[in-house]
Write a protein that binds this ligand. Structure first.
Ligand SMILES: Nc1ncnc2c1ncn2[C@@H]1O[C@H](COP(=O)(O)OP(=O)(O)O)[C@@H](O)[C@H]1O
Ligand SMILES: [Mg+2]
Length: 301
């Protein structure tokens, strides 16, 4: 990553400040998002978890510069976002609609690089590296419709990664694939993040997925949405589906997130008073989750 006065240690790369979004509809107004404030530092992998309809896609579109907020601002590397920034890439849930069916896998991944005017030699290398990173080096001449859903989503991830964004936004990218594929793609996101050092904001409604993937989890309330809590996920950096998910600490953290979402549902739209450092560490003790109902396979949709 290029050095920049705003990229220093501890400095945020992406700042989301007081975002509110009110949609005007025929019947009046819908306040989808009330007050969202959080930061991403360079190289972080942060998950945003909240119920369906809590405004996650709304927020991502605002961060990506595709839609203006009603109030508040998004700042990327010291610059206010007012249009889609060059340094950002987005992976959406609907991979079927995000790839061009008449282009090969290679063509799809290469397109944004061509549009950015990157020379042929460098383009080829970036495409090769990205396809390798997502395990698709063997199908460059296939068409998206010849591939499974999971493989198509890998193409979308390769396209985003090849573009070398500073920030990668992912909006429930695995909601439409089967459980086994989803687990594989979760591991792919962790491995791409480790290998390439990209800063990732990953949106999901699945509590377990957010804890498994994130170094931090930002818990959202139901709409009108506020940040309920910003939790440090102090699990080992090397994660694997079997070991990590059976760690007592994983269960503790997942129960904590579940509890926070229940609290948020009761206090709809009421922001916690902003502490100096909003990130919290969940106490390491079985007592911390005492009294909570047992939960399994939880999502908050
Ligand atoms: N273009 C729109 N016009 C009016 N209301 C919208 C629009 N997009 C989303 N909403 C409403 O805003 C709320 C948040 O939606 P969304 O951002 O899609 O949530 P999520 O991604 O968390 O499921 C919902 O109540 C939804 O109906
Ligand atoms: Mg959504």
């Amino acid at each position: 990553m290029q050095s920049n006065p705003t990229d220093g240690p501890g400095q945020p790369l992406l700042s989301v400040r007081g975002i509110q979004k009110i949609y005007k509809v025929d019947a009046g107004e819908i306040e989808a998002v009330r007050n969202l404030t959080f930061d991403l530092r360079p190289g972080e992998l942060v998950c945003l978890v909240g119920p369906s309809g809590s405004g996650k896609t709304t927020l991502l579109k605002i961060i990506a510069g595709l839609m203006a907020p009603t109030s508040g601002e998004v700042v990327l590397a010291g610059k206010k976002v007012t249009e889609p920034p060059k340094d950002m890439a987005v992976v959406f849930q609907e991979y079927g609609r995000s790839l061009f069916p008449w282009m090969t896998v290679r063509g799809n991944v290469e397109l944004p690089l061509k549009n950015a005017g990157i020379a042929k030699g460098e383009r080829n290398k970036l495409v090769d590296d990205a396809l390798e990173a997502v395990g698709l080096a063997h199908v460059p001449t296939s068409y998206p419709w010849q591939l499974s859903g999971g493989m198509q989503q890998r193409v979308a991830i390769a396209r985003a990664v090849a573009y070398q964004p500073k920030v990668l936004l992912m909006d429930e990218p695995f909601a439409a694939v089967d459980a086994q594929t989803r687990a594989d793609l979760e591991d792919l996101v962790r491995s791409v993040w480790e290998k390439l050092g990209v800063t990732i904001l990953f949106v999901t409604h699945d509590i377990d997925e957010s804890v498994y993937l994130g170094e931090r989890v930002v818990v959202l309330s139901s709409s009108p949405t506020v940040v309920q809590e910003d939790i440090i996920i102090d699990l080992p950096e090397k994660r694997d589906q079997l070991t990590t998910r059976s760690l007592p600490r994983f269960v503790e953290l997942r129960n904590h997130v579940y509890e926070q979402i229940q609290i948020a549902k009761k206090n709809k739209g009421v922001a916690n008073p902003a502490p100096v450092d909003p990130r919290v560490t969940v106490p390491h003790a079985a007592a911390a989750v005492e009294g909570l109902p047992p939960v399994s396979g939880v999502d908050v949709s």
